[in-house]
Design a protein around this ligand. Sequence first.
Ligand SMILES: *[C@@H]1O[C@H](CO)[C@@H](O)[C@H](O)[C@H]1NC(C)=O
Ligand SMILES: *[C@@H]1O[C@H](CO)[C@@H](O)[C@H](O)[C@H]1NC(C)=O
Length: 254
Amino acid sequence: WRLLLLLSIFLSVVGFLRTQFYLDYVGSAAAEMEYRVPSFVGDPKIAFLFLTRRDLPLDFLWDSFFENVETTHFSVYIHSEPGFSFNETTTRTKLFHDRQLSDSIKVSWGEASMIEAERLLFREALRDPANQRFILLSDSCIPLYNFSYIYSYLIMRSPKSFVDSFTVKKDSEYNPLMSPVISKKNWMKGSQWVALVRKHAEVVVDDEIVFPLFQKFCKRRPAVVASLGRKNDILQKQHNCIPDEHYVQTLLAV
Ligand SMILES: *[C@@H]1O[C@H](CO)[C@@H](O)[C@H](O)[C@H]1NC(C)=O
Ligand SMILES: *[C@@H]1O[C@H](CO)[C@@H](O)[C@H](O)[C@H]1NC(C)=O
């Protein structure tokens, strides 16, 4: 019976430790992923994520697109340059008022800041559990179909993300220094404008592996300035990898 007693003490200690470990794990995961929801009940929304330079010149088209649409079916988020705001003086579309992210960053074309801005949009939109599809849009995108068509297509009929993704033979935009995390095989290219399901939007926001490599190894080559001499050569050898046309595609491939 002593053996039995020892065994039961041992088992209860193991049980206790496991519970502690489990609680620790759940606790820290909850802190990091406050926007996570296991399942959502209710009307699903499409999140429209606008990545703009300043204002939205085609706001009048979006205004008629969203006319008479239930506000429980969509949400709008805008990343524009810091300090810019969408209000009565900058847009005629009420839906865009105050939809600019408060933590927007200065974006430089061809640099990783562009994909960081995308990630900020996805992160903000993930906070609303009703958002189930995430469409990334530029300030020159226009809808080709009406809202009800797009809603039923994306929400009702397709459980998938839409990402334009292909490989390019001899892609000089690939930087071999990114391997082995990003192998040549996983280096994909495609349109920056994607429509993601929640699971893939979470992959983009949580990524701590692929994004830092883009930050480190993707630099925009500056214009040639003859007076810089040899320094010019070094700057020109920097790697122009066009992050916005490779990031989501490559991340999902990895
Ligand atoms: C609206 O936003 C613009 C641009 O950020 C700003 O200059 C202007 O003061 C704002 N107008 C109002 C009424 O808040
Ligand atoms: C939306 O577009 C579809 C397909 O073009 C059409 O069948 C439908 O009647 C339109 N719905 C509305 C509310 O206009």
